[in-house]
Write a protein of this length. Structure first.
Length: 170
């Protein structure tokens, strides 16, 4: 009985981790069913110009989800939660477009970001820097994704445990 419960728990945990990883890879395919707009998170990092932010699509532009420490965005005064609505006067429509505009900017050329912060419009000038390609992952985001996967799978795991207890043993 204990072996069966441990097996179910191990399978459930493995399934939860697999679910969380597939959720990250699919960028929330279930979210598309629950919301009309699927959030798209993009890290502006890698080859070419970058400002060191992670952004998420919102209706009126892109929301800054994270600002890298000592990045051009941090030095310019951008904060998590700021909504970028335009870049050098061009309306920001998506995280993908915002990323492309940053990457097409010449390194060292200052750009004006129109942002909304606390319901007030501001303009913040930021100067993209070049960064060599690097590999990394956001462990905090990964942890949140795994926790969400575990929350989503917990009711199913409880049902499996109940079913296991109701199966007669010989």
């Amino acid at each position: 009985m204990k072996t069966a419960k441990m097996t179910v728990l191990a399978l459930g945990l493995a399934g939860a981790v697999g679910f969380a990883v597939s959720t990250v890879a699919a960028q929330g395919s279930r979210d598309t069913q629950e919301r009309t707009v699927r959030p798209r998170v993009m890290m502006l990092d890698g080859r070419g110009p970058q400002i060191g932010v992670e952004v998420n699509d919102v209706t009126e532009g892109v929301r800054i989800e994270d600002v890298d420490q000592d990045s051009p965005a941090s030095k310019a005064g951008l904060h998590t939660g700021d909504i970028v609505i335009d870049l050098d006067g061009e309306r920001v429509r998506s995280a993908r477009q915002f990323s492309r505009l940053i990457q097409e900017t010449a390194v060292g050329r200052s750009i004006a970001l129109g942002i909304m912060r606390d319901g007030k419009r501001q303009v913040i000038n930021v100067t993209p820097e070049s960064r060599a390609f690097g590999f990394g992952f956001d462990s905090d985001q990964l942890g949140r994704d795994i926790a969400r996967g575990l929350r989503d799978i917990e009711p199913r795991l409880r049902e499996l445990l109940k079913l296991d207890e109701s199966v007669p043993r010989s």
